[in-house]
Design a protein around this ligand. Structure first.
Ligand code: NDP
Ligand code: OXD
Length: 308
């Protein structure tokens, strides 16, 4: 039985060391030095080899080194292979921090004032307290709930929208398609933290943008596939939306010459809203392997039929 890691060398070194200390009985191998591939039961990677089932015929668990699993072709995996996404506190904390930065920037008009500065324009706009700014987070999972908790400490009027009903202290909770319109209508700053699935692809579209209050803003820290880019540009250029902060796009990197690069009211970050943190992720991975060996449910086990 062996574990294979395929990814950045720096993380591989940290994880190899953690495995040697805490699970020495499980050989840790680093791609492409996988040894006898028939011994490989566990693979941790962002991108699986194309011929995964042939490469590792006895694979039992595929661990994503990120929170998302949309980069895998789940339909090409043998049915018995379990897929596990990354659930670890370092990744969650960094995302909560990014969302706080983005929401505060939009709340305090940072894109607006940067534009004014570039034009040499000294013009004051009224200052609004956070308690009157309605922030709405789509997706109330590990990341959405942590972001909402952080936003609440900053005093924002918070709501969340989720597939199944959630209860979060101090957050107005909306659930399912039937309550999406009500959630959108009360949202001044919309934050997307959904997984990318057949149901959520292109969810940030004209219907949603038109239903947001005039002057609303958007933050997409989930996946580029959630956003219909032309719809966002149209809503910004019509003056209905105020600004957007985008951490993700499709494809990545954003192609040269794309309208987003130069748009005065779009801020881009290059998929850095959060990142798996090597030390805390090693602990999470080892804990999941222990759970698996003891027959306990693993944290972040993906429901392959739902795609997240
Ligand atoms: P989780 O699986 O913990 O949460 C996903 C949430 O979305 C769940 O609460 C789920 O509802 C909800 N959801 C799923 N489908 C729908 C739908 N159709 N309608 C409404 N709600 C839905 O994921 P995480 O919070 O850990 O991560 C979310 C995503 O963030 C990742 O999939 C990834 O794409 C992105 N990400 C981006 C990063 C970046 O740096 N930009 C870094 C890490 C992640 P339910 O409770 O009913 O299942
Ligand atoms: C992730 C990501 O899913 O980095 O972890 O986007």
């Amino acid at each position: 039985m062996a574990f294979v890691y395929k990814g950045a060398a720096r993380r591989g070194a940290v994880w190899s060391d953690a495995f040697a200390r805490r699970m020495p009985q499980l050989p840790f191998r680093t791609w492409p030095d996988v040894g006898d591939a028939r011994e490989v039961r566990f693979l941790a990677t962002w991108q699986a080899p194309e011929d995964l089932a042939q490469t590792f015929p006895n694979l039992e668990v595929l661990f994503s080194v990120g929170a998302g699993v949309d980069q895998f072709d789940l339909s090409a995996l043998p049915a018995e292979v379990r897929v596990v996404r990354m659930v670890e506190p370092g990744l969650v904390a960094c995302m909560a921090e990014y969302v706080a930065w983005a929401v505060l920037s939009l709340h305090r008009g940072a894109p607006l004032y940067l534009g004014q500065q570039r034009r040499g324009e000294w013009k004051q706009h009224s200052v609004q307290p956070a308690s009157t700014r309605r922030v709405g987070v789509m997706g109330m999972g590990q990341l959405g709930c942590a972001a909402l908790a952080q936003l609440r400490t900053l005093g924002f009027d918070c709501a969340g929208w989720n597939r199944s009903r959630r209860e979060e202290p101090g957050v107005r909770c909306y659930a399912g398609e039937a309550e999406l319109a009500e959630f959108i209508a009360r949202t001044d700053i919309l934050v997307c933290l959904l997984p990318l699935t057949g149901e959520t692809r292109a969810i940030l579209n004209t219907n949603v943008f038109d239903a947001l209050p005039a002057g609303a803003s958007v933050v997409n820290a989930a996946r580029g596939g959630h956003l219909v880019e032309a719809d966002l540009l149209a809503a910004l250029d019509a003056g209905h939306l105020c600004a957007a902060i985008l951490d993700v796009c499709e494809p990545e990197p954003l192609p040269r010459g794309h309208a987003f690069w130069e748009h005065p009211r779009i801020w881009l970050t290059p998929h850095v809203a959060s990142e798996t943190q090597d030390e805390t992720a090693a602990a999470a991975l080892l804990d999941n392997l222990r759970r698996y060996h003891e027959g306990l449910p693993m944290q972040g086990l993906v429901d392959r039929s739902r795609g997240y």
